[in-house]
Write a protein that binds this ligand. Structure first.
Ligand SMILES: *Cc1c(COP(=O)(O)O)cnc(C)c1O
Length: 392
């Protein structure tokens, strides 16, 4: 079998329809959309069309969507921008221990600049408990940032409830929806969301483009200073091709959302069931329900995640241990530590994330291969040998 791509949480393939839609905007229709001549008008209209598609999808107004350079920029802007704008009101921010580093490192940066941040705990499946969230709110809390769905273990947070609590206390509510946008139904009004980050390349759109939803009336300082693009709030020549691609990807994701979720979650459940039934001492990280339809994440005791990935790679399987940004470092995943996995187990994790193109044959091959690899690695582990002896 050729390449089996099971790392769709790290990035996705650009859909052919998306690429087709983008193609003309590089060397045919290449004008700067901000220019006044007719040659720019068509492109500018296409950019606005993309904005309208996205706004409609999440129940927002068109002018509440600001295009950015991706998920990390959107997270940085939301958090730094609101913190700065509301500085006079308070200096306390709430987030969780399982956020993406784009949120965590931004909060750590703010801590060095006079803000206080509470990183709240999650339960053993990765859920933020509303009562824990509420207890963290102080009179000086200005902003809370809780991810819509976790990129490592797939947990979908009770965003509507958390947003409601935030608003009851006058706290601005941001969610990093990079893993959820295009995969889950989102309504910013029903879910009490004030700011929301998303990124094109997690939904079969291009890399380096995303958006930040900013509810009308929310105070936010600019992050990127310069020209007057994006209604004066995000400078930089408009990434027309990227935005048009993102708009097309969003449209396709919306059309296929129910079918994709059904297909992916059935395949994911087969994967989970086979792994848990056929590989001893394997545990699932994250919940069985309320989970991203394409995400499975396991720990295998006595196994090093890195060796597992290398051996899977040799068999043509692209997987990851936690997040793409964490791999390469030897630190165990902060998400697995937060759900209470001990260090030695958190090191042996494997994340497999599917797409609508993943086949049952690929999943079966992956489980068969995984079984052999785990067996082989354990057969070389003195710790495993002792463990088996002592547990006889
Ligand atoms: C991928 C990801 C990001 C970063 O998005 P980029 O567009 O790659 O900068 C942020 N948050 C989450 C949850 C992600 O999965």
């Amino acid at each position: 079998m050729e390449n089996i791509y099971l790392d769709n949480a790290a990035t996705t393939k650009v859909a052919p329809e998306v690429f087709d839609e983008m193609k003309d905007y590089f060397s045919l229709e290449y004008a700067n959309p901000s220019s006044a001549y007719k040659f720019a008008g068509q492109i500018s209209a296409k950019v606005e069309e993309a904005r309208a598609v996205i706004a409609k999808m999440i129940g927002a107004k068109t002018r509440e969507i600001y295009f950015t350079g991706g998920g990390s920029e959107s997270d940085n802007w939301a958090i730094k921008g609101v913190a700065d704008a509301l500085r006079a009101k308070g200096n306390h921010i709430i987030t969780t221990k399982i956020e993406h580093h784009a949120v965590l490192h931004t909060c750590e940066y703010l801590e060095k600049n006079g803000f206080e941040v509470t990183y709240i705990d999650v339960d053993e499946e990765g859920f933020v408990k509303p009562e824990v969230f509420e207890a963290a709110i102080r009179p000086e809390t200005i902003l809370a940032s809780v991810m819509f769905a976790n990129n490592e273990i797939g947990t979908i947070e009770p965003i509507a409830e958390l947003g409601r609590i935030a608003h009851e206390h006058g706290v601005v509510f941001h969610t990093d929806a990079v893993q959820a946008f295009g995969h889950e139904n989102i309504d910013v009004n029903e879910m009490n969301i004030d700011l929301m980050s998303a990124s094109g390349h997690k939904l079969h759109g291009p890399k380096g483009v995303g958006f930040l939803y900013v509810r009308n009336g929310i105070k936010i300082t600019n992050l990127i200073h310069g020209g007057a693009q994006e209604r004066g709030r995000r400078a930089g020549t408009t990434n027309a091709a990227g935005i048009i691609g993102l708009g097309k990807a969003a449209e396709l994701a919306q059309q296929n959302m129910e079918a994709n979720r059904k297909y992916e979650s059935e395949l994911r459940d087969k994967l989970i069931e086979r792994v848990l039934a056929e590989i001893p001492y394997a545990v699932l990280n994250g919940p069985r329900t309320q989970r991203l339809s394409n995400n499975a994440n396991f720990c295998f005791r006595f196994i090093e995640g890195e060796s597992l990935l290398i051996l899977l790679d040799m068999k043509g399987i692209c997987a990851s241990s936690g997040s793409a940004c964490t791999s390469g470092s030897l630190d165990p995943s902060h998400v697995l530590l937060a759900i209470g996995r001990p260090h030695e187990i958190a090191h042996g994790s494997l994340r497999l994330t599917l797409s609508a193109e993943t086949t049952e044959e690929e999943i079966n091959y992956t489980v068969d291969t995984l079984k052999q690899i785990v067996e082989r690695l354990r057969s070389m582990s003195p710790l495993y040998e002792d463990f088996v002896k002592n547990n006889k």
